[in-house]
Design a binder for this molecule. Structure first.
Ligand code: SAM
Length: 214
């Protein structure tokens, strides 16, 4: 998703410094202080406009959530969407950052679980290093996650899903489940849909999902 620069993004971020972090390195190892309660922290890398992470925070108040996004205007849209809600979520934070640099922003073991949803597929082989399931990203997730930390990944893109299955397997991860049609499975009972998931499933695309741990 590419969006035009939003002139209101910077002022909105400035006036909501308690909800969004733009210099993650300043609070490395101290993320729990940003939340009302000390409880497991889950992150979504590439949250887009935030639909998934906002609804997860709403559904699971006993867990903390951080939505991470590399485009500032998109991170600001997610922030705005959360502020527009009828309730405030003390268990939700946003971070404007590149997923490749997360070891600069989180201490080893600071994160409980990583979610990747409808990540950009980067179909050309010469761009495979940019895929969020490439081995260098897996190394980053493994470092910031608790021991044997979990990764959940959803996509409509068969090529990216095939690549990811191989990548995680070659990294030595253990699968807890693989679904080739999430919406037709019992796994769907707990499912929280993302913006892209709604868009693609409305077009009749099957949604793929995997759950694995290091
Ligand atoms: N997860 C959302 C959903 O399912 O609706 C958004 C999916 S959108 C296709 C992918 C998002 O990931 C984009 O907003 C993009 O800017 C972001 N992204 C891509 N590479 C990233 C990276 N290295 N770190 C953080 N965000 C990234």
């Amino acid at each position: 998703m590419r969006v035009r620069n939003k002139t209101w993004a910077e002022p909105l971020i400035e006036s909501n410094r308690d909800r969004i972090v733009t210099k993650g390195a300043d609070i490395r190892g101290q993320w729990q202080n940003r939340f009302e309660r000390n409880q497991p922290i889950n992150i979504e890398v590439g949250m887009g406009k935030g639909q998934f992470i906002i609804n997860m925070a709403k559904k699971y108040p006993e867990q903390n959530f951080i939505g991470i996004e590399v485009q500032k205007s998109v991170a600001a849209i997610a922030l705005k969407n959360s502020l527009d809600m009828d309730i405030q979520l003390p268990n939700l934070q946003f971070l404007y950052a590149d997923g490749a640099e997360l070891t600069d922003y989180f201490e080893n073991g600071e994160i409980n679980k990583v979610y990747l949803n409808f990540s950009d597929p980067w179909p050309k082989t010469r761009h495979e290093k940019r895929r969020l399931t490439f081995k260098t990203f897996l190394k980053v997730y493994e470092t910031i996650l608790v021991d044997h930390g979990e990764l959940e990944f959803k996509t409509d893109n068969m090529g990216l899903f095939e690549f990811s299955l191989t990548s995680l397997n070659n990294y030595g991860m253990t699968y807890e489940g693989v679904w080739l049609n999430l919406h037709d499975s019992s796994e769907n009972e707990q499912n929280v849909e993302t913006e892209y998931e709604q868009k693609f499933s409305a077009m009749g695309q099957p949604i793929y999902k995997l759950k694995a741990h290091f």
